[in-house]
Write a protein of this length. Structure first.
Length: 756
C-alpha cells in the first residue's frame, strides 16, 4: 500500500468518525430541541393549526390594526373589518368594550376559513376606567406592592371589557422633563423603573394568563426612547452600550423576568439603526442574552418609518429589516401584509421566519384561552359588575393620596383646620376641572366620573364654611385672557386661605408633547402672584405630568402640594390631604431643575473633572442660574419632621460577592404620625470608568408616631454595585464605596466601606 493510499484510508476513517460524531451531535441537538419543544406549551396545537394555514393566513396573524375608539398615532386604516374577514388580521387595538370586541371577534371566528381568534390590545397604562395617578405619580408613592394592586385592578377591568393585552408597563428611564412621556415613566432612576416595572407586569399578568382577571403585558419602548436629544419626542438617540446596559436594559430584564409576554419596539434608533430593524437589540440581546420567547410588536407604524429614518429604501426594504430583527407583529402599517409575500417570493425572507413569528403570537392566544372560547373576555354581565367597582375606587383614592408630594409647608400652613378656616377661595384653571385630572393615556377613563378639587373641598368642610370659586385664567400657552384674575383677587381678599390650582393640561405632557419651557403655561404665575399680593395665605396645588420650574412659588408661596394628575379620585384625595386626614409622604422620582436650560438634569450624574463649585470659575456650572435642583430626586415633606442619626456599617471591608449591613436611626421629631421613605445610595469612588456621584440602591417606607425612633437596616450586596468596567466586563473593582442614607438624594448621612 503506498503512502497516499494510507493517507486516504486515514482520511476516510477520520471522515467516518467525524460524520458519526456529527450525527451524534445532531442527535443531541434534536433531543435538546424536542426537550425544549416540550417546554413550549401548546406546541402540538400550534403545529397542527399552522400545518393548515396558507402563507397569506400566516402573514395575516402578524397584522395589528386600530379600530379607532381612541387616537394614538398619525394614521388609521378604515378597512380593518374587511381585513379581519379576509383572514388578514392577528389583532385589533384601541378597540374595547364587550360589545365592540364581540362584534369584531365574531367576524374573525365565524367569517374566516380557520376562525383564528383576534387578540385585543389597548394602552391600559394607569387604569382602564378606574383611573389611578399617572405613572410618575404612582411611582412617587415608592410603594411597588400598591402599584401592583393598581395594575391588578386595571387588568381586571380591562379583561372584563374584552381587552386581552395592555401596552404597558412603559420602562423608559427618563432624565429629561422636556420629554412629555416622562409622565408615563417611573422617573429618572433605573432601580425605580426596574422595581415598578416588575410590579406592574406581575399585576397585569398574574400567575396565569388564562385567569379572567389577568392580561398580557408589554415591556416598552425597547429601547432608550427617553434619551431623545433635546427632550424632543421621536428625536435621535445616541448613547453608549455601557449606558444602554447599565441604565436602560435593567428595567427590561426585570420586566421579562417577571413574565412580560411581549415587547414593543421604540421609534428611535440605537447606534444608528432604528430599533424596529435592529438585530443587535433584538437578536443578540433580547432573544440571545435575555432569552425572550414572547412576541415583539412594533410601535405605531414604526416599520415604514425606517424609510424616513433613511435605512430602508422602500416598504419592502423596511419589512425585510424588521423581519430579520425578529419583530413579529406590525402595528398599524399593514407593511407585513403587503410586503412579506413578495419578499418570500424573492427569497429575501424565508417562510420559516414568518412561521416563527406566527408561532409566538399563536402561543399567547392559546395561553389566553382564546381558542377554547374566543369570547371568554367579552361577557356583558362581568363587564357590568366589574367596571368602577367600589373597592377599585377605594384603592384609587388611597393611591392618589399616597402619590401627593408635599413640596413646601411654611409655618404649618397645612393641614388646614376645618374648625378655624371658615372662608376658602378656590382658584385656578385646574380647580373646577374634571377633564385634565385624568392625565394622558387615561384609557377608557370617563372624566365625567371625576371628583374635581372644588368638589373635593366642598365634600370635606363643615357646612358653615364658605367656599368661593374663580377660574382666574385658562390652560393655554397663548391666546389666554387675564380678565379673570381680578375676580380671583376679589374672592381671595375675603378669604382665610386661597387654594390655587395651577399646572398643565393633560395633553401638555404625554406622547408628542415635548416642551421648550417647564414654566407654568399662560398667565398662571401672574394669577398666583396677584392672589399672593392680597396677603391671604396661598396653598398652591400643582397638577402636571412633569417637573416644572415653579421657582417664584417656591420663593413666595407658603404651601405647595404636587399632585401630578391623580385620576378619578383626584379632588377627594387632595382635599383629604389638605385637611390632614392623611399625612402626605410622596417622594419625587425625578429631579426638579431651576431652569429648563439645565435639562437633562438628574441626581445620578457623573462628577466630571471640574465638578461644580459656585466659588470657582473654571468648574462645570451655569453662570446665570443657581446650580442645584429646585427640588432633588427623592424629595418630599410631611406634616411631621424626621431626624436621621447614627449611620452604622456592619463591616468596613467586604469581598466582591460580600454583603455589608447598613443601618440608621430615624426619629419622628414632629407632632404627627407620618410615613418616611428612607433611601440608600452609594458611590464607587474610583473605577476604571467614571461612576455616578450617587446611585439609589434600596429604600424602605416606614411609619413613625411622634417621638418614635426606629433603626432601619439594609443588607447591601456588592453585586448591587456592579457595573461595566472599561473592558465592558460586568463586576466591581476593588476600592472605596461611599454610602449615603437619608430623606432624599441630597440630605444624607455618609459612611464608607471597601471592596477587597
Ligand atoms: C403610540 C405609543 C405607544 C402606544 C402605541 C399604541 O404611538 O408610542 O406607547 O402603545 O402607539 O397606542
Amino acid at each position: 500500500m503506498n503512502r497516499f493510499t494510507y493517507l486516504y484510508l486515514l482520511l476516510a476513517v477520520f471522515f467516518i468518525h467525524a460524520c458519526s460524531t456529527t450525527n451524534t451531535t445532531e442527535q443531541d441537538d434534536q433531543d435538546r430541541e424536542v426537550a425544549e419543544q416540550d417546554q413550549r406549551p401548546y406546541q402540538e396545537e400550534i403545529d397542527s393549526l399552522m400545518a393548515e394555514m396558507t402563507l397569506e393566513e400566516k402573514i395575516g396573524q402578524l397584522n395589528l390594526l386600530s379600530s379607532g375608539f381612541t387616537e394614538t398615532g398619525p394614521t388609521l386604516q378604515d378597512d380593518y373589518q374587511d381585513m379581519i374577514a379576509d383572514g388578514n388580521m392577528g389583532g385589533i387595538f384601541n378597540g374595547f368594550t364587550v360589545e365592540h370586541t364581540r362584534d369584531l371577534q365574531r367576524i374573525a371566528v365565524e367569517e374566516t376559513r380557520l376562525g383564528i381568534p383576534l387578540i385585543f390590545g389597548f394602552d391600559v397604562i394607569h387604569g382602564y376606567q378606574t383611573i389611578f395617578p399617572v405613572p410618575i405619580g404612582e411611582t412617587a408613592t415608592w410603594e411597588p406592592d400598591l402599584i401592583k394592586e393598581a395594575s391588578q385592578v386595571a387588568a381586571e377591568e380591562a379583561a372584563a371589557a374584552g381587552v386581552h393585552w395592555t401596552f404597558a408597563p412603559m420602562l423608559d428611564v427618563s432624565p429629561d422633563p422636556r420629554w412629555g412621556r416622562i409622565v408615563e415613566s417611573a422617573g429618572e432612576d433605573p432601580l425605580l423603573n426596574e422595581i415598578f416595572g416588575e410590579a406592574r407586569v406581575k399585576g397585569f399578568e398574574g400567575d396565569d394568563l388564562k385567569d379572567l382577571n389577568t392580561i398580557l403585558s408589554t415591556a416598552k419602548h425597547y429601547i432608550a426612547y427617553s434619551e431623545a436629544e433635546g427632550g424632543r419626542d421621536y428625536n435621535t438617540v445616541d448613547i453608549s452600550e455601557r449606558m444602554l446596559r447599565e441604565i436602560h436594559l435593567p428595567p427590561f430584564r426585570a420586566a421579562l423576568d417577571a413574565g412580560a409576554g411581549t415587547v414593543m419596539t421604540a421609534f428611535n434608533e440605537y447606534d444608528g439603526v432604528p430599533a424596529t430593524g435592529n438585530q443587535f437589540l433584538f437578536n443578540d440581546i433580547l432573544r440571545g442574552e435575555l432569552g425572550f420567547e414572547g412576541f415583539v410588536v412594533t410601535d405605531y407604524t414604526a416599520i415604514p418609518e425606517m424609510i424616513e429614518h433613511g435605512v430602508a429604501a422602500d416598504e419592502a426594504d423596511a419589512a425585510e429589516l424588521a423581519m430579520n430583527a425578529n419583530v413579529d407583529m406590525d402595528m398599524q402599517s399593514i407593511n407585513y401584509v403587503e410586503e412579506l409575500p413578495g419578499l418570500i417570493e424573492e427569497g429575501k425572507i424565508s417562510e420559516d421566519q414568518v412561521d416563527q413569528a406566527v408561532e409566538r403570537i399563536l402561543r399567547k392566544k392559546f395561553k389566553l384561552g382564546l381558542f377554547e372560547d374566543p369570547y371568554r373576555y367579552s361577557d356583558y354581565d362581568r363587564e357590568e359588575e366589574t367596571i368602577m367597582r367600589d373597592d377599585f375606587l377605594e384603592l384609587a383614592l388611597d393611591i392618589s393620596k399616597r402619590s401627593i408630594v408635599l413640596m413646601k409647608n411654611e409655618d404649618q400652613t397645612l393641614p388646614l383646620s376645618r374648625e378655624e378656616v371658615n372662608d376658602i377661595a378656590v382658584i385656578g384653571p385646574l380647580a373646577d376641572n374634571q377633564y385634565d385630572l385624568l392625565g394622558s393615556w387615561s384609557a377608557a377613563g370617563e372624566y365625567e366620573d371625576n371628583i374635581t378639587l372644588l368638589e373635593g373641598i366642598r365634600n370635606n368642610v363643615e357646612d358653615n364654611t364658605n367656599i368661593t370659586y374663580a377660574e382666574g385664567t385658562e390652560l393655554e400657552f397663548e391666546d389666554y385672557t387675564t380678565d379673570g384674575i381680578e375676580e380671583a383677587v376679589e374672592i381671595a381678599e375675603d378669604a382665610d386661605v386661597a387654594v390655587v390650582a395651577v399646572g398643565e393640561g393633560r395633553h401638555m405632557s404625554g406622547e408628542a408633547a415635548s416642551r421648550v419651557s417647564l414654566d407654568l403655561p399662560g398667565a398662571q404665575e401672574e394669577l398666583l402672584e396677584a392672589v399672593h399680593e392680597t396677603g391671604t395665605p396661598v396653598v398652591m396645588v400643582l397638577m402636571s405630568g412633569r417637573p416644572m420650574t415653579i421657582n417664584w412659588a417656591e420663593e413666595n408661596v407658603p404651601a405647595i402640594m404636587n399632585t401630578w394628575f391623580l385620576g378619578t379620585k383626584a379632588g377627594e384625595a387632595i382635599a383629604q390631604v389638605m385637611f390632614g386626614d392623611y399625612n402626605p409622604a410622596g417622594k419625587l422620582p425625578v429631579t426638579y431643575p431651576r431652569h429648563t436650560g439645565m435639562s437633562p438634569y438628574y441626581y445620578n450624574h457623573k462628577n466630571t473633572g471640574r465638578p461644580m463649585d459656585p466659588d470657582e470659575r473654571y468648574t462645570s456650572k451655569y453662570i446665570d442660574e443657581e446650580n442645584s435642583p429646585l427640588y432633588p430626586f427623592g424629595f418630599g415633606l410631611s406634616y411631621t419632621t424626621f431626624g436621621y442619626d447614627n449611620i452604622q456599617l456592619g463591616s468596613d471591608e467586604i469581598s466582591k460577592d460580600g454583603t455589608v449591613e447598613v443601618s440608621v436611626e430615624v426619629t419622628n421629631t414632629g407632632d404627627y404620625t407620618g410615613e418616611e421613605v428612607v433611601q440608600l445610595y452609594t458611590r464607587k469612588m474610583v473605577a476604571s470608568v467614571t461612576r455616578p456621584v450617587k446611585e439609589l440602591r434600596d429604600f424602605e417606607k416606614i411609619e413613625l408616631d411622634p417621638g418614635e425612633t426606629r433603626t432601619v437596616t439594609f443588607d447591601l450586596d456588592a453585586e448591587q454595585l456592579y457595573y461595566y468596567d472599561k473592558d465592558m466586563e460586568y463586576g466591581i473593582e476593588p476600592g472605596e464605596v461611599r454610602v449615603f442614607v437619608g430623606t432624599n438624594s441630597e440630605e444624607v448621612l455618609e459612611d464608607s466601606f471597601t471592596v477587597r
